[in-house]
Each structure stands twice: as C-alpha cells, then as structure tokens.
Design a protein around this ligand. Sequence first.
Ligand SMILES: [Zn+2]
Length: 261
Amino acid sequence: MLTKKINPKAATKKTPANKALTNKAPTKKAIEKKGDGGTPLSVVIRRRIEAQKARFHANDNISAFIKPGELEGLVDEVAQKMQAVLESLIIDTESDHNTQNTSQRVAKMFVKEVFNGRYVEQPTLTKFPNVSRLNELMIIGPITVRSACSHHFCPIMGRIWIGVLPSKDSALIGLSKYSRLTEWVMCRPQIQEEAVVELADMLEKKIKPVGVAIVMDADHFCMQWRGVKDRDSKMVNSVMRGAFLQDSNLRREFLSLLDKR
Ligand SMILES: [Zn+2]
C-alpha cells in the first residue's frame, strides 16, 4: 500500500520522460477538475501559443492568440497577482488609501497601456504606390519613444529617427504611420538593441526600400532610478540596412541631418 503511494510520486518528479508524460495527461485532468472557468486565462492563452510552437518572449506580439474581450480578463488576473506582490511588500492596502486600487491600476497600465504592443494587432497601414517615383532620402523623426526594459521593467524614454531610401517600386506609408508602428513595437518590455532591429525588419518588409536606417537615443531609467544612478547615462544605437550600409555618403548624409534637429 505504502509503496504504491511513494513510487508514482518519485517517478513523476525525477525522469524527464515521465515529466513529459505528466505534462500531457495529468495537466488536462487538473483542468477538468478545476472545470468551470477555473483555469487562469493566462494559462489558456499560453496553451494556444505553445500549440502553435510560437514564441512569447517579452518583446513578442501575441495578439493572434488572444480572443476579443480577453484583455479585460487578463487585466483582472494581473491585478490579483499584483495585489499579492503588494502584500509581499508588506503594504497595508486596506488602510493606506493611496494603494487601495494600485494593483488594478498597475495591471491596467501594463496590459492596456505600456505593454499594449504585445497584446494588440499591428496598426493597419495604408500603402501607396510610389507614383512620383521618389528615390530621395526621407527622414522621419524625432519620434518619441516610450518603452521599458525587460530586465527591470523600468521606463526607457527617448527619440527615434528613421531614414528611408525608397525605390521606384517601394510601397510608401503615410508619415503618421511611422509613429504608430514605432509605438506598437516600443510598447513592450525589451532591450533597445532588439527594439531597433525589430522596427527595421518591419519597415523593410512593409516598404521594401533600397535602404532603411534607424537611430535611437534613449534614457534608461534602470540606470538613473536604480543601479549606477547616473542621471545622464543615455544609450544611442543604430541599424543600417541596404543602401545605408553600402553607401557611406548616404549614411553620412542621414546622420548629419539628425544633428540639426
Ligand atoms: Zn533595466
């Protein structure tokens, strides 16, 4: 009797093979046990992502796996867990009126505002054919950047400049769309180096230009508010693609025009 109880437990814990098994069958049972809506919404969404073998890093957009109306439920779930964080920080949210709804506010801020670029679809872009066959350097910026680092969830505040060298066959997008696309990419926890690469990839895909260049200049609050507490530390980085990579004159022209702004 006793061995029956002990053996299966030991087996499920140790070997990877058994672990894989337990991941399949028993979790399903566990859900059924919880039954009527007992599974946290985040787990439901996560399973959809895993079923498609998609990635869900902090800077990935997972909107394809979220059904209409579910973001509200996600806010509630995050709020509950945020409340637990406040409790662990030993903050009396009952009598401290300032923190009474903090968990709800922070949850809403994460899901609906500052990390919204993870949960909503890419803004729709109207593309225009390049009828006047523009092939001159265009510079868009500075576009205000509001993001957060994925290491500390501290704000990253800065500016971005985008340089585009269209080809005769490029699709052009309206100027305001550069801001909307930038905002969508930046409203996720991430690191600056990856953010600019992601933005450059997207612009290349959308516009199919001869070249794309991006410069980002930002304050990282994780170095100002905490850590080294260096108020003036900034990070500037750039991505150069296509013609901007090959043609040093074009690159120089782009960079020199930024300085004047
Ligand atoms: Zn950080």
